[in-house]
Design a protein around this ligand. Structure first.
Ligand SMILES: Nc1ncnc2c1ncn2[C@@H]1O[C@H](COP(=O)(O)OP(=O)(O)OP(=O)(O)O)[C@@H](O)[C@H]1O
Ligand SMILES: [Mg+2]
Length: 277
């Protein structure tokens, strides 16, 4: 998507437009306040991890960025454009999305599922190559898997196909909702490494990502900054190093302690030249 709208005002003209931006976002579901005034910017090329307990609003916030959730108040911008007035189909074609449940279409074979966004974008000639490349990146042999039905896959394999589908069209912006949750430790580590390498490998520049995860170690491994959500509010958004050394609230401090996150996690990071590190 082209950057069309720029924020007005002499001061803001010199500032970069964040790739993704939420300001004062509120979302209620009946009596549940899922998001309670959340503001966060994701810079071009940055990976921000959303962490927090179950029900803290991670998925709801993520889905605001591709208009699957419409906020009751606040503003959500993608490349400076207001999501509430954007062409939703166009938006979703350009923002890769890995839903929490994988979201594969059960009546389509694996290959067709992976081709979905490519077909929507009318990608020509190299459709099969890009599909097979995407499957290979997530560790699935195209010859073995592309003609299978989603029901013939394990949970972890389905998750890989969902990641392949989101990445096949080489999106500049990607939203990932616990993409590695169903994988065993070894597959998970492999895929985390492939993902980190992929973010930096694209000629068009680094992929901008929002990564939802329950796992603080994963957040530290992959993200430039980590956003801690609690009951629909952001407690802190900072680099892993700052979270560790200067937790903003006792909740953040406790969360890190319970997860046994430590300075050793900073040494294991797969992001070394992030926008915010
Ligand atoms: N469509 C919906 N209708 C009603 N309530 C909803 C809906 N979607 C989310 N909620 C509620 O909003 C709150 C935030 O949900 P959300 O899915 O964003 O949490 P989450 O942080 O992603 O949790 P998890 O880690 O379990 O995936 C929860 O209390 C949830 O029950
Ligand atoms: Mg969720």
């Amino acid at each position: 998507m082209e950057k069309q709208a720029q924020r007005s005002g002499a001061v803001s003209q010199s500032l970069p437009v964040p790739a993704l931006s939420a300001t004062g976002v509120v979302k209620r579901f009946d009596s549940t306040v899922a998001l309670d005034g959340v503001s966060v910017d994701v810079l071009e090329g940055e990976c921000v991890a959303l962490v927090g307990e179950s029900g803290s609003g991670k998925t709801t916030l993520l889905r605001c960025f591709n208009a699957l959730v419409q906020p009751d108040a606040g503003r959500v911008l993608v490349d400076g454009m207001d999501v509430s007035t954007a062409d939703v189909i166009e938006l979703r074609r350009h923002v890769g999305y890995v839903p929490q449940d994988g979201g594969l279409l059960p009546h389509w074979r694996v290959g067709r599922n992976v081709e979905l966004v490519l077909r929507l974008q009318r990608a020509n000639g190299d459709l099969a190559t890009r599909r097979d490349d995407a499957l290979t990146i997530v560790g699935l042999d195209p010859g073995t898997f592309r003609d299978r039905w989603p029901r013939e896959l394990s949970g972890g394999q389905r998750q890989r196909v969902a990641i392949a589908r989101a990445l096949a069209a080489h999106p500049r912006l990607v939203l990932l909702d616990e993409p590695f949750g169903a994988l065993d430790a070894i597959s998970r580590a492999d895929l985390q490494e492939s993902f980190a390498a992929l973010r930096t490998a694209r000629a068009a520049g680094r992929m901008t990502c929002v990564l939802v995860t329950h796992d603080l170690h994963e957040a530290f491994l992959l993200a430039d900054r980590v956003a801690v959500l609690r009951r629909g509010r952001l407690e802190q958004v900072d680099t892993p190093a700052i979270l560790l050394t200067r937790p903003a609230t006792s909740y953040v401090n406790e969360l890190l302690a319970r997860a046994r996150v430590s300075a050793a996690d900073l040494d294991r990071r797969l992001v070394r030249h992030g926008a915010a590190t």
